[in-house]
Design a protein around this ligand. Sequence first.
Ligand SMILES: [Zn+2]
Length: 305
Amino acid sequence: MKFAFRTLIIFVLASLLIQSCASVPTPLIPTPVIPTLEMPTATKPVVQDPPTLVPATATLAPSPMPASTATSAPTSRLNPDPIRETPASLMLHRKNAGFDAVQFVRDFIGVLKQTDLQVTTYRQLAKTPELSVVKKGKLFIFSIDDIYLRYPIDPSVKEMIGLLLGAGYPAVLGVITDGSSAYPETVDTLRTLQGLGWEIASHSDTHRNLADVEKMAPKSVYPEIKASLDKLEAALGLRPITLILPEGQMTRGDQQIKRSGVLWVVGINGGTRYDSRAAYYYVGREGPDGDAQNTLAIMLKRFSP
Ligand SMILES: [Zn+2]
């Protein structure tokens, strides 16, 4: 499986590289240029670019925005509403006895390809906040939770990653950093994906429900988040800006979250809108519900009514 997964990544990279070499002119990442748009800049953390580990494929990162949309609907962008729609956001976990997450992802990709939704990540959206205005209601985020930095990645999660890579979709991976070691192959995979525009998010250090942590010891929330950010930064060279809440449970007080410096706090319930002027954004997600078609319909109803 290890060999097969590496082979898959190499194959995908190689075929993408061939495509990029073959196409003339070479597609560059379109830089959104919207001169009249003034975004609130406040005190947001600086969003670093992930280190590009595979320079030849840098032009293959998901396009932030098709050039054709830059000229459409100019008036709505002059004074964009600071309240933004959360991208329809899908929460995935490894395959289990009752649910074949791999087949679900395969089906879901097929369904998503029929739509005009653009797949992005929270980090990409922080880097180009105009996306939430230009592509209002047309953004989509995949996230896969419960990847442990210290263990091999579950084979079914590897399969899902391979399917998304093959489809050209980036995803957000929620990583638990429990313990003091990091599994080399897991670090390699995460670094490679990060270099391809995928986002590595904190899923806390010990995977404890932060609402419970807060009840027992309110000041323990910050160290729990900080430990995971520190470990991921040490392993991957980039500090996450997104926290995927264990069990989706948000804390009541926000000082501990603010102190951690994360920008995106990802739960399950609520969070279909966020205030782009806030210190951090709480956003919700939806898990699989029935088949892929049904799940997407539920998600679009919830996030893009
Ligand atoms: Zn989890």
